[in-house]
Design a binder for this molecule. Structure first.
Ligand SMILES: Nc1ncnc2c1ncn2[C@@H]1O[C@H](COP(=O)(O)OP(=O)(O)OP(=O)(O)O)[C@@H](O)[C@H]1O
Ligand SMILES: [Mg+2]
Length: 356
C-alpha cells in the first residue's frame, strides 16, 4: 500500500484526501436540503429509535400541554446526522407551536439574540444549533431569558446607567451541539432536559431506510434495506443518502429495485465497507498503523497528515470509530485496536500485541 510519502513534513497531507463525493458525512458536501426536509419525520411516532429520549419528551410535552406552560428548555447533543434538528421540529409540531431556527454563529451581536428573543411568542420554540459556539455576551443575555423570561437591558451612559427588566414571552429554548463538553457550565445548568442522542441500531436504521425509500418511491426488499442500514455508521443522515445513491445504482444497473445484492454491489462501488467505514475512516486508521505503529499519536498530527481539520476528525469520524472499538483515546493520543488491524488486513507484530 504505497499511499504514504516519506516526507516527514506533517503540514502536507500524507494521504490523498478522498473525493468529496466519497466523504459521506462532510458538512461541505453539497447535499440537497430540500431532500432532507422532504424525508424528515414530522411526528414522534415517525421519529425512529432514541426511545429513552422519546419517552422523556412525550411526558414533558404532555405535561406542558396540560399545564399550559412552555416545555422545559432542552439540550440535545451527539454526533452529526443523528436527528437533533429533526427532533426539535418534531417537538414543535407535537406542541402545535412554531419554531425559529438559528445557529450560534448567526448570533454574534447582542442585538441578534435580543431581536430573535423579542420576536418570539408565548409557547414558541427557539432552536439554536451549534450552541457551544455562543459568545459570552450572547450567553449572558440568555441566562435571565431562560430562567425568568426577562431581558436585562441597560440604558444611558456612565453615571446615568439604568438597568431595565424587559419581559419576554414564555418560550422554550432547544439547543443542539456536537460538543456538549464545550458548553459553559452555567448555560448547561439552565436546561431542564439534557440528552445525548445515541447511534442507531441496524434494525432502527432499516426502518429509516424503508421509510425514505417509500417516500422516494424506490422499491426495496427487507434484505436490501438491512444491507444499507448495516453500512450507514449508525446514522440516519447517511442511511438516507445511501438510499438515494443505491436507488440510482439500482435503476441504472438493474430494474430499479434495491435488493440485497444490488445494495452490496452499489455500496462496494462507493468504497463503503462492511462496517460502513469510508475512505477517510480507513485512511485514518491505516495512517496510525503504518506511520505510528498503531499509536498512540496526537490528534493534531493525525489531522495534519490527513489534510483534515481536528474538529472534523473529532466530531465526524471519531465518534463512530470509538463506539465500534476501532480506535481508542488515551492521554497520549489515539491508538487503533486489534479489531482495526484485523479489519484492515494487517497483522500485529509482537511488540504491538504486547501493548493490548
Ligand atoms: N429518528 C429519526 N428517524 C427518522 N429519520 C431521522 C431520524 N433522525 C434523523 N433522521 C433523518 O436524518 C437526517 C439528519 O437529521 P438531522 O438534520 O436532524 O441531524 P442533526 O443531528 O441535526 O445533525 P447536525 O449535527 O449535522 O446538525 C434528517 O433529514 C432526517 O430525515
Ligand atoms: Mg442539525
Amino acid at each position: 500500500m504505497a499511499i504514504f510519502s516519506d516526507n516527514e513534513d506533517i503540514q502536507k497531507p500524507l494521504i490523498k484526501k478522498p473525493e468529496k463525493s466519497e466523504n459521506l458525512e462532510s458538512k461541505e458536501i453539497d447535499f440537497d436540503k430540500s431532500f432532507e426536509n422532504n424525508i424528515r419525520p414530522k411526528t414522534l411516532d415517525d421519529y425512529v429509535g432514541q426511545s429513552a429520549l422519546k419517552s422523556t419528551l412525550k411526558i414533558s410535552i404532555e405535561a406542558a400541554k396540560k399545564r399550559n406552560k412552555p416545555l422545559d428548555h432542552l439540550l440535545l447533543y451527539g454526533p452529526p446526522g443523528l436527528g437533533k434538528t429533526t427532533l426539535a421540529s418534531v417537538t414543535a409540531n407535537e406542541l402545535d407551536t412554531k419554531i425559529k431556527i438559528t445557529s450560534a454563529p448567526a448570533l454574534e451581536r447582542p442585538r441578534d439574540i435580543i431581536g430573535i428573543l423579542m420576536s418570539l411568542k408565548n409557547g414558541e420554540i427557539l432552536f439554536i444549533d451549534e450552541i457551544h459556539r455562543l459568545n459570552k455576551v450572547a450567553e449572558e443575555i440568555l441566562y435571565p431569558a431562560m430562567e425568568d423570561f426577562f431581558l436585562d437591558m441597560t440604558t444611558g451612559k456612565a453615571q446615568t446607567v439604568k438597568t431595565l427588566r424587559v419581559p419576554l414571552p414564555k418560550f422554550t429554548l432547544i439547543g443542539a451541539t456536537t460538543k456538549a463538553g464545550s458548553l459553559s457550565g452555567p448555560l448547561r445548568d439552565r436546561f431542564g432536559i439534557i440528552h445525548r442522542l445515541q447511534f442507531y441500531t441496524k434494525e432502527e436504521l432499516s426502518l429509516v431506510v424503508k421509510r425514505t425509500a417509500k417516500i422516494l418511491e424506490i422499491p426495496i426488499t427487507d434484505e436490501g434495506a438491512y444491507a444499507i442500514a448495516s453500512r450507514s455508521r449508525g446514522t440516519p443522515r447517511i442511511a438516507n443518502r445511501l438510499v438515494k445513491r443505491v436507488g440510482d445504482y439500482a435503476i441504472v444497473k438493474s430494474n430499479g429495485e434495491i435488493t440485497e445484492d444490488i445494495a452490496k454491489e452499489a455500496l462496494d462501488s462507493l468504497h463503503i465497507d462492511s462496517y460502513g467505514l469510508d475512505t477517510t475512516d480507513r485512511a485514518l486508521m491505516t495512517l496510525i498503523i503504518e506511520k505510528y505503529d498503531g499509536g498512540p499519536v496526537g490528534i493534531e498530527t493525525l489531522a495534519a497528515a490527513l489534510g483534515e481539520d481536528v474538529k472534523t476528525i473529532e466530531d465526524v469520524y471519531e465518534p463512530y470509530l470509538l463506539q465500534e472499538g476501532f480506535i481508542q483515546r488515551t492521554p497520549r493520543g489515539r491508538k487503533v485496536s486489534p479489531e482495526a488491524f484485523r479489519h484492515l488486513g494487517y497483522k500485529m507484530n509482537n511488540q504491538q500485541q504486547s501493548l493490548f
